[in-house]
Design a protein around this ligand. Structure first.
Ligand code: ATP
Ligand code: MG
Length: 158
């Protein structure tokens, strides 16, 4: 079933407004009025919700968060950027492992499962996930998902 991803994101961002810390903002950056997608809404919701929750949790008050969505070459891009605590370089290789938490995250509640699930869901949709982060500066997660249904069929047919 096709739906408008732009509207989907607006609703989701509205839902997480309540859990933001004082003065945090979530800016949606999007140059398209509609993005028709046929992706699994349960998986998508989980992915975006988890990344936004992390951005909120690992940023101090009054820090801006941006959620950028775009498409290019039959791919959907979801980018969540924060100006939070960042991820120490020595922890970055292990971030998607179950229960792994970076050294500087211990003051914040968490189990270390969120990103592992986000990655699994991304892979289920034949997508990729990556990030870049600088300690004390911020973190950006990028999820790329193929939009072309034929591509998805091809990948599962063999
Ligand atoms: P939960 O299972 O409740 O999500 P968690 O947030 O600790 O717990 P993950 O979401 O899997 O677990 O993230 C794993 C680790 O990656 C975190 O503990 C934290 O060290 C680091 N991390 C994830 N997102 C960010 C971010 N936006 N900024 C800084 N560190 C992050
Ligand atoms: Mg988390």
């Amino acid at each position: 079933i096709l739906f408008d991803f732009v509207e989907f994101i607006e609703v989701l961002v509205e839902e997480v407004q309540g859990v933001k810390k004082n003065g945090q903002t979530i800016d949606v950056i999007n140059s398209r009025s509609r993005i028709e997608v046929g992706l699994d809404t349960k998986l998508l919701r989980h992915i975006v919700h988890n990344l936004l929750s992390n951005a909120i949790k690992y940023s101090e008050e009054h820090k801006p968060i941006t959620l950028k969505i775009d498409t290019k070459d039959d791919k959907l891009f979801i980018e969540v950027a924060d100006r939070g605590i960042g991820i120490p370089a020595e922890d970055q290789d292990y971030l998607f492992q179950r229960f792994y938490r970076a050294k500087n995250a211990t003051n914040f509640q968490g189990t270390g499962l969120g990103l592992n699930i986000v990655r699994q869901y991304t892979l289920l949709m034949n997508g990729t996930i990556s990030f870049r982060s600088q300690l004390g500066q911020g973190t950006t997660f990028i999820v790329e998902l193929p939009l072309n249904l034929l591509t998805n069929e091809k990948n599962t047919a063999y």
